[in-house]
Design a protein around this ligand. Structure first.
Ligand SMILES: NC(=O)c1ccc[n+]([C@@H]2O[C@H](COP(=O)([O-])OP(=O)(O)OC[C@H]3O[C@@H](n4cnc5c(N)ncnc54)[C@H](O)[C@@H]3O)[C@@H](O)[C@H]2O)c1
Length: 333
């Protein structure tokens, strides 16, 4: 089977590409623009695999997308602008990549005989849920420009199924963690700051609740959905560990033997969602369940960042990260 993966140089996409090449006899073309979060080092170990090819290009460009779509049986669409804080600073690129880019892919797929178009989305499209769990049929109530752009792309994907019978499937996952995550995101930022003896900027009081899923369990869920999911459906993915930010961050610092004093309260993120929670019964019915225990996954993630300073140090000391970090946090502390 020939896969067109978008955003395969990113955090989750790179885990998916590696998993697809090593556990399946699938071929992967990875269309990735290599933005600040796209990193060829994430796939260094498999880059010479004859069933793998990276095409450096933008999903917004139809002339780039069309020939790649010609050769694809299945599309797995990860490419996106993904950081909520950056969407508050500059939403425009979120609309361009997440909405217009998805539209370019849908238009190209419409004219081809692809068997599945998997659109990888997020629990953030449901907005904050004070009690209970979000069902796939719940209203989309996004509260950030990131979540709004993902919700817009979800609705667009749905419309291409309804209007053109495109064989689409939407997935909505909770917070992922694991190796190769760009260190602006909470867990790698906390772990790498702690390794460097630096404080971690904690939004507000840290009471916000998130559901966490190990990235390998996410990619296994996507494989299950490619193989067994129904066209036109949406599947929530997550539901393994619901915990407040303060509790989780304190647990990580304790595990690392670091002081909880490294958590330094900063002004809260505007529009910060209080809680996400997913009902994943529909996916569980397909036979998927997470295979890594949360404490084991946390341990191995901490161990990976502790060992792979060669991966994250150049990123954290690079221009993009430094500019973003200073702009984001100096006026907040
Ligand atoms: N990280 C999470 O916790 C999480 C949770 C749920 C859903 N998601 C979704 O999963 C997907 C992947 O997230 P991630 O955390 O791996 O993101 P990431 O930021 O690590 O990677 C994004 C990748 O997309 C590429 N990209 C960006 N714009 C592009 C463009 N215009 N053309 C081609 N490539 C482009 C980047 O170069 C990068 O490799 C996203 O769609 C995100 O919304 C992420």
């Amino acid at each position: 089977m020939n896969l067109l993966v978008t955003g395969g140089l990113g955090f989750i996409g790179s885990h998916f590409v590696r998993h697809a090449l090593t556990t399946k006899n699938w071929s992967v073309v990875n269309l990735d623009k290599q933005t600040y979060s796209g990193n060829p080092d994430n796939l260094r170990d498999i880059e010479t695999n004859p069933r793998y090819r990276w095409v450096k290009g933008d999903i917004v460009e139809k002339d780039v997308v069309r020939p790649l779509m010609d050769a694809a049986d299945v599309v797995v669409h990860f490419a996106a602008e993904t950081h909520v804080d950056r969407s508050i600073l500059d939403p425009q690129v979120f609309l361009k990549t997440n909405v217009l880019g998805t539209h370019t892919l849908l238009e190209a797929a419409k004219e081809r005989k692809i068997t599945r178009f998997i659109h990888v989305s997020t629990d953030e499209v449901y907005g904050s849920v004070s009690t209970g769990e979000s069902l796939e049929t719940d209203a989309l109530l996004p509260n950030s420009a990131y979540a709004a752009s993902k919700a817009a792309s979800d609705i667009l994907v749905r419309s291409y199924h309804q209007t053109f019978h495109l064989p689409t499937v939407i997935t909505r996952c909770s917070n992922n963690f694991g190796p190769y995550q760009y260190p602006e995101k909470a867990l790698p930022l906390l772990i790498t700051n702690a390794l460097e003896g630096k404080p971690f900027p904690l939004y507000g009081r840290g009471d916000n609740i998130r559901d966490w899923l190990y990235v390998e369990d996410h990619v296994k869920a996507l494989v299950t959905i490619i193989e067994k999911g129904s066209v036109g459906e949406t599947y929530n993915i997550g539901g393994t560990c619901s915990i407040s930010n303060r509790e989780l961050f304190t647990l990580i610092l304790n595990t690392m033997g670091k002081s909880p004093d490294l958590l330094q309260i900063v002004t809260d993120r505007p529009g910060h969602d209080f809680r996400y929670a997913l009902n994943c019964d529909k996916l569980l019915c397909l036979g998927w369940k997470p295979t890594t225990s949360f404490p084991d996954a946390l341990q191995s993630t901490i161990a990976w960042y502790s060992e792979r300073t060669d991966w994250w140090r150049p990123i954290k000391h690079g221009k993009d990260f430094q500019q973003y970090y200073q702009h984001q946090y100096t006026q907040r502390s």
